[in-house]
Design a protein around this ligand. Structure first.
Ligand code: SME
Length: 170
């Protein structure tokens, strides 16, 4: 696994690390059909590759309008988030990535950890457009995430959403 990187890295260096992470994930998940195992592997590989990732996890769509926590790394997260609440809810509702430089400036941010300063939430859709989950990454640093993080995480989410998880996630 790559060493964790400091936040000062520029976008092209970030993208290089994401390429390595992606290659490891694809190799680890080759032939794997279990959705929970896949999410856990993705979270682990991402979380330990960037030192500005302080909380990394998935929220799964478990019923219409409701997210429930999935595999994550970091301190405890909220267990359930309705689509009507939080930055995760906004990503689920809109189907669009939420890139938040300053969580204190977002009225709808749910503060599970008082140390969080910025975050990115990326929806995971099937190719048919069904929302499976959102990938939430929180940082204790302000404006930690850039367009490079957004691009790489969106590509990863698209890859994950397009995989055959043996009939789909439970
Ligand atoms: N950042 C989220 C919630 C944080 S967690 O539960 C780790 C939100 O506002 O949706």
């Amino acid at each position: 696994m790559s060493d964790a990187l400091t936040m000062e890295i520029d976008d092209s260096s970030r993208l290089e690390v994401y390429e390595d992470v992606r290659a490891r994930i694809e190799s680890l998940l080759e032939g794997e059909g279990d959705w929970i195992s896949a999410m856990a592997t993705v979270v682990c590989e991402l979380h330990h590759s960037f030192d500005y990732y302080d909380w990394t996890g998935f929220y799964r769509v478990v019923e219409p309008g409701m997210l429930a926590i999935g595999p994550y790394q970091g301190t405890h997260g909220c267990l359930r988030i309705p689509f009507s609440r939080g930055v995760c809810g906004a990503a689920a509702r809109s189907g669009q990535t939420q890139l938040v430089d300053d969580v204190h400036a977002r009225d709808d941010h749910i503060a599970c950890s008082s140390s969080t300063r910025s975050e990115i939430v990326v929806p995971v859709h099937t190719p048919g457009g069904e929302l499976l989950a959102v990938l939430d990454v929180d940082s204790d640093a302000p404006a930690a995430f850039t367009m490079a993080d957004q691009r790489a995480l969106e590509e990863l989410a698209a890859w994950l959403g397009a995989r055959d998880w043996g009939g789909g996630p439970p």
